[in-house]
Design a protein around this ligand. Structure first.
Ligand SMILES: [Zn+2]
Length: 269
């Protein structure tokens, strides 16, 4: 009988250990590299907020234009996470925007989303997530998303208002104390698709300003923010308009800029 008990206990322990080893796995089809990073930390006791490894949900659903750079962007975020103690779960499934799922993440990234991607219920779940201290990072066409959801417009900080062709431009660093810009010189020259904006939230704190004299097709004038952050409705928001091209995600300075945005979102400044 005692032997049977021991065998039962051993089986149970094995099952429990097996179950525990999967607690951080949020998506069965998540990137295997990301899963590996998570598995390294399964020895940690009761991971909680502020623990070493953070989890980010990267949302890539598009209802309008779909950028060819999305996959490269996801791979870049995964790589940054491997070296900087966070893991990435990519999804284009809007049903992941429910309270139970979102509360697993320390940040949610809209990576070149476009159009009307969330239902009203999913929008409410995301509003609650931010109001409970969550964080949001928008990349490129995150501002070309959800025009009929004013709360989102305030969160992301502006809406897309057209762009000229891809070209080189000069960017002025407005704030060199932020983790997303501290690595840059006063002027940053790079090539991308440069967005014009409308409905700019006056509360955004500008990190980078585009010099419209340095390229053709700017319509915002001397105040043309191109990356910013702000506290919003209980949470944090960071946005950068770069990232149209795959090449953007190969640029060391742009990658450091993205990492700084993530660190801000995670409260790691
Ligand atoms: Zn674009």
């Amino acid at each position: 009988m005692k032997t049977l008990k021991n065998v039962t206990c051993a089986l149970l322990c094995t099952l429990i250990l097996y179950a525990c080893s999967d607690t951080n796995e949020v998506e069965p089809d998540a990137d295997p590299i990301a899963d590996e990073a998570v598995d390294e930390n399964t020895d940690d006791e009761a991971p909680e907020e502020g623990a070493k490894t953070a989890s980010l949900l990267v949302f890539t659903k598009t209802k309008g234009f779909r950028h060819g750079s999305i996959e490269k962007g996801v791979a870049t975020l995964v790589e940054l996470g491997e070296n900087n103690d966070f893991t990435i779960s990519e999804t284009d499934d809007a049903t992941d925007f429910n309270t139970e799922n979102l509360e697993q993440y320390q940040g949610v990234v809209f990576l070149s989303t476009t159009g009307d991607v969330l239902t009203n219920g999913q929008q409410l779940a995301f509003e609650r997530y931010i109001q409970n201290g969550g964080s949001f990072m928008g990349i490129h066409s995150a501002t070309d998303t959800e025009y009929d959801w004013p709360w989102y417009g305030q969160l992301v900080g502006a809406y897309f208002n057209g762009h000229p062709s891809i070209q080189d431009a000069s960017i002025t660093v407005s704030n060199d104390k932020h983790p997303a810009t501290a690595h840059l010189q006063n002027t940053w020259e790079r090539k991308d698709e440069w967005y014009n904006f409308k409905d700019i939230n006056p509360a955004i704190l500008v990190l980078l300003n585009l010099d419209e004299d340095s390229y053709d097709g700017g319509t915002n004038g001397p105040n043309h923010p191109i990356a910013w952050y702000h506290d919003f409705d209980g949470g944090r928001s960071f946005y950068t308009a770069g990232g149209h091209t795959e090449a953007s995600f190969e640029e060391p300075d742009f990658k450091q800029h993205l990492l700084g945005g993530i660190n801000y979102c995670l409260g790691r400044e």
